[in-house]
Design a protein. Structure first.
Length: 67
């Protein structure tokens, strides 16, 4: 079983600019992992389903396919 502590989290400040292309990423907001993407129009992180702005994103990780 994989838990959040085994995911290779990186501080949001280290996110490469090429990841802000609308792709879904695993984000850490406040105290929970969430799926989110960068909205360049609003210049903020958002939930891709509800379009709700994620306001306190601190870390990120790529979503990798199963191997």
């Amino acid at each position: 079983m994989i838990t959040a502590k085994y995911i290779p989290w990186e501080p949001i400040a280290t996110l490469p600019e090429d990841r802000k292309d609308g792709r879904r990423l695993l984000l850490w907001e406040i105290d929970v992992p969430v799926i989110g993407r960068w909205d360049s129009g609003r210049e903020s992180w958002e939930d891709p389903e509800s379009m709700h702005v994620l306001e306190e994103v601190t870390h990120w990780a790529d979503i990798n396919p199963p191997v």
